[in-house]
Design a protein around this ligand. Sequence first.
Ligand code: NAI
Length: 343
Amino acid sequence: LRLSFVHRAMKQQVWSSQHHLQCQASFKVAILGAAGGIGQPLSLLIKMSPLVSTLHLYDIANVKGVAADLSHCNTPSQVLDFTGTSELANSLKGVDVVVIPAGVPRKPGMTRDDLFNINANIVKTLVEAVADNCPGAFIHIISNPVNSTVPIAAEVLKQKGVYDPKKLFGVTTLDVVRANTFVSQKKNLKLIDVDVPVVGGHAGITILPLLSKTRPSVTFTDEEVNDLTVRIQNAGTEVVEAKAGAGSATLSMAYAAARFVESSLRALDGDGDVYECSFVQSDLIDDIPFFASRVKLGKKGVEALISSELQGLTEYEQKALEALKHELKASIEKGVKYAQKQA
Ligand code: NAI
């Protein structure tokens, strides 16, 4: 019985890969920082996508082995490796989606902002190359502090005259993934059904899960709201401490980033029903030029910012929204100033 189950599963796999071959889209994805803790599992997950024809892996070191290894997986996409700055431009030619997990991660005791000095320059340099070689691509920024690195990327693209705010994304999907997991555990819900929007930014109190907007509709006690909110905000630190010096979230981050890439590719492929939370240029909150909210994705990037979820907030959420504005604004300004000073 077990054998026939395996056989059926294999047949199913063959059928579905043939099916994918017939209706397969063919997008090119580049990962910058592909040999890192996030880069490697993310590359593997993207290698499994039927929507990808070519996967470009770029890093300053160790990327050849990752690409050789990955290239043996019998999924349709081709894997190419690019090492060092002399190969950066080629890694970006013709690319539809660029994902940037390059840079240093946190160690215990560090905030995301402590990474600014190193990662700001890495993101600046990489986005300059994106502007020169694939200015029309969707850009997914994972490198922290996202609240500052996304504004840096925007400034760099402006300086190059190719800024399209609809195509620049700070990846906050991990906050949503965590919120969904923790809420489903706490309320005993089927994971697949749970969807919690997370707005604001991607650091500490700027991460604001809107628990009152959880789907399916569910009620929480005040204590549950506070416990869940604080846990979601500190979930990254939970992993940093558990890894005790060996880095921050990599596997759950790769899972979350792969989901965001897949959603972007589905949108590029013409699916008209793709929504994700992301940190993007926004006018939803006065005086805060970048803000994470749910967005509708389309072929040209952000098609709409979903403002309805910011209406009818609970008192707790309203207070938390007020409380995050100062820090978020300061982090955005820090990024903008940095990029303008370097110009
Ligand atoms: P890691 O140190 O394991 O990997 C980083 C990779 O970037 C390395 O392979 C390194 O060689 C490469 N790199 C460094 N400078 C580069 C350059 N100039 N060009 C290309 N590649 C370069 O770090 P990990 O754990 O993969 O984290 C990467 C970043 O992602 C960190 O900044 C971390 O804070 C951030 N992160 C973001 C999350 C989010 O939710 N947005 C969640 C978890 C981490």
